[in-house]
Design a protein around this ligand. Sequence first.
Ligand code: BGC
Length: 748
Amino acid sequence: MKFIKIISAYLIMLPLVSCQSTPGDASSNVDRNIETLLKEMTLEEKIGQMNQISPPEDLSQIVDLVKKGEIGSVLNLVDPEAINALQQIAMEETRMKIPLIVGRDVIHGFKTIFPIPLGQAASFNPELVKEGARVAAVEAASQGVRWTFAPMIDIARDPRWGRIAESLGEDTYLTSVLGVAMIDGFQGDNLNDPTSIAACPKHFVGYGAAESGKDYNSTFIPERTLRNVYLPPFKAAVDAGAATFMTSFNDNDGVPSTGNRFILDQVLRKEWGFTGFVVSDWASVSEMINHGFAKDGKEAAMKAINAGVDMDMVSGTYVAYVKELLNEKKITMQTIDDAVRNILRIKIKLGLFENPYVDISASSVLYAEEHLLKAKEAAVQSAILLKNDNEILPLNESIKTIAVVGPMADAPHDQLGTWIFDGDKNYTQTPLKALQAEYGDKVRILYAPGTAYSRDMRTEGIAAAVNAARNADVVLAFVGEESILSGEAHSLTNLDLQGAQNELIAAVAKTGKPVVTVVMAGRPLTIGRDAEVSEAVLYNFHPGTMGGPAIADLLFGKAVPSGKLPVTFPKVVGQIPMYHSHNNTGRPYQGNETMLQDIPLEAGQTSLGNTSFHLDAGFDPLYPFGYGLSYSTFSYTNLRISADKLKTTESLTVMTDITNTGKYDATEIAQLYVQDCFGSVTRPVKELKDFTRVPLKAGETKTVTFTLPMEKLAYYNLDMNYVVEAGEFKLWVGPNSQEGLKTAFVVE
Ligand code: BGC
């Protein structure tokens, strides 16, 4: 890179950089420092702090801007030497000596790639998710990145939406818990530790409700639903100390988030007391012109600043217009000062003033052995066993030959998933390679992919796959999606397996050999037909660098699946949106409805006895939220609660016994759901309120105890008050959102 040469002179002058952190930053000190800086800063320097750029390839082009203090942040720069050199200019050659903050999308790992967030969510394991984010932070910080644009905590109930891959699924509570875990992992115990990176919960807010699952599309979320479903993970993020927030691209009910004063000022600042800074999404300030919400860049900048967007990601409109807007009194100095205060506060808290540089001489932590092991464990816990007829899994000694087919068996790039800017496929361990390395001496492996990649329509290779199947005891079919088929701007209307994958599975199944279908994808796919002809289905959202060894261990029983679905799997796209915590209709589905083909010819029309369902798809999903099997089996017995009448200030103790009734030591994820039977507005049929992972030896019984404070039942009611309404509640504890032991209690 040209710039590196130009700035190498700076590097020679660099003092020996110490990465020692300084003692804790009492907030009064932080405030004093901010005010001292603010007093000295010119308007241009203030606007500079509010300006984030994505640097050009030739970094020398921005040296002058940095020198003048016109850039406060850069994103997408990951070369530590270049970062240090730019930082040195900011620290030594600018008037105010304010460090840059360097941001990057570190979404599910930096170099060591963990399962995509949707996969991690299947672990229902906050500790593991936190450790994954910690690994990502350690690796990213070692390269000079001190700010990640994560976690993505959009509630995602539409698998057509490609960005569901980046989400933690459909459930508000699960997303809140795991989002906080990620923030804790990224930010560590103290932001000013050199391995800590600032988190940026996104996208604020409602982005996941894009109409028809088409990315960037409008949303229409009424305030009550916004407050009850979409906002809680963000509120939890503020309470967890998230340093920054990012606005979303969508307009909700006509107001783009980047110009939405209600969510950015009223909710985020006034109601929640957020003290970090808000960054726009990429050019989302100027995109308000396309939305038709601002007539030009100047009006867009005005609306964004006045709404509460402190930093402009790359649109350049703040730099171009803030001065003019101030002169015209369309924004106030107070608003600018507040934005700069918010940004400086985080830079101070990150310790960037004391430790602006990354220690290049430190030994590399990238792809460290313990990082790879953590990524493997995460991939193990993210896998969901959806079907296992005749206990075909785990594979036992009777299996002498396996046929490995399918385009995902050896797809080092594609198993990493979306947002892997820095991940290197050369480090990926694929299932094929892992099976060969770990089990190749015990079983014969016949590899015939059948199709080359997931969209491949060509069927010529299928004959070889069928041949391999005939000569094997079992077929392992690795199918799914290439990584590019999910993620930003990659939405779909057809969620069947792409290309000729469906034909491939059907063809190998026809041989009569048992087929174990292993799916690696960025979203729930409509795999009903494929599951039907498969003996077993192991679903992995893109599992990352260590997916191969994790899957190999699961297939051979070295590890036992424990994942549960963080999102409902529809049978067909037409059922979407489909999620477990929907409201009831006045005519709920009864289970004995007449389906399409059973309707008599010329049947007379009547609405009597009719219910809410689809004639051609019924009511149920393919697999419900929370579902997932194990090689073992579990029984739930003896559900008891500490009281059947409680006050709103009290807590309910809920206990149940869970027995591992199978042959394998295994972990069960027990889930607690509640229904508020009658409310001032209609309430969801079930809401997840708690969950716990329960490791159980074969034959072992444990008593699981949940404490349910009644305040967890609060919601925004008819009058938009956040209250626990008195009345009857149902409660379930069970293995998924559709099964479980049931009881009831009353809140007085
Ligand atoms: C995405 C954000 C991302 C940003 C920076 C945008 O297109 O919506 O999620 O953080 O780019 O890369």
